[in-house]
Design a protein around this ligand. Structure first.
Ligand code: CA
Length: 226
């Protein structure tokens, strides 16, 4: 899954990120309310973990803004504010669950599983995502082209999954950067282009036209024909 962690305390963000990555999830960390909100508004995440006491915008506000903008990504509030009023306020703002700090990582995993089961039961998801000959099984993290399994790194998978989420849609370098590397990357870096090059070698094989189209000066899109 693609998980956005909105947490200003580096120690906690790091603990969450390392634990969730070890479970096979892809994580992006935002250190304040504003960047968390703007990343979550792009709607490319499967789960949001949201702290409440954040610099910039308070977590309650982030949550409310997302729901007002019809972003219904499952959301768990993680906060040391553990009064009943805070819990109720968080749930009223549209959070799906609430975990008070400190919590054990196992408890978080259990809550995530429950929420994801619930949301996939509603949306009927959990199925592999497909675009033309490309198939990505989000549970086993297996990627295949025309039925042939292809080995991918975590970053490569994150980029292709993003492009496959909306075939034909243009993704700017900045959007790919923020979704895959977080917001603290220099937008002038050519890391996205380097990774797109690696992906093309893996998915296009002998084909002359790349499935990943470069839109000069703007970004990339998945161009699947037939
Ligand atoms: Ca905090």
């Amino acid at each position: 899954m693609r998980i956005l962690i909105v947490e200003d305390e580096a120690r906690i963000a790091d603990f969450l990120e390392r634990g969730l990555r070890a479970e096979g999830h892809f994580c992006v960390v935002a250190n304040d309310g504003e960047s968390g909100l703007s990343l979550a508004l792009e709607g490319d995440f499967d789960l949001l973990l949201l702290d409440l006491m954040l610099p910039g915008i308070h977590g309650h506000e982030v949550c409310q803004q997302l729901r007002m903008n019809k972003i219904n990504t499952p959301l768990i509030i993680l906060s040391a504010m553990d009064s009943l009023e805070d819990v109720i306020a968080g749930l009223r703002m549209g959070a799906d669950d609430y975990l008070t700090k400190p919590f054990s990582f196992e408890e978080l995993l259990a809550r995530i599983e429950t929420i994801m089961r619930r949301s996939s039961a509603i949306s009927g998801e959990v199925q592999p995502i497909r675009a033309g000959p490309l198939e990505f099984d989000r549970q086993s993290l297996r990627f295949s082209v025309g039925g042939n399994s292809v080995k991918m790194t975590a970053k490569e998978l994150a980029i292709i999954e993003l492009l496959m989420s909306k075939p034909g849609t243009l993704f700017s370098r900045e959007r790919i950067l923020s979704n895959v590397w977080g917001l603290n990357m220099d937008p002038l870096t050519n890391v996205v282009d380097v990774y797109i090059g690696k992906l093309r070698k893996k998915i296009d094989r002998q084909s002359e036209d790349s499935m990943i189209e470069t839109v000069r000066g703007l970004g990339y899109r998945l161009n699947i024909k037939g």
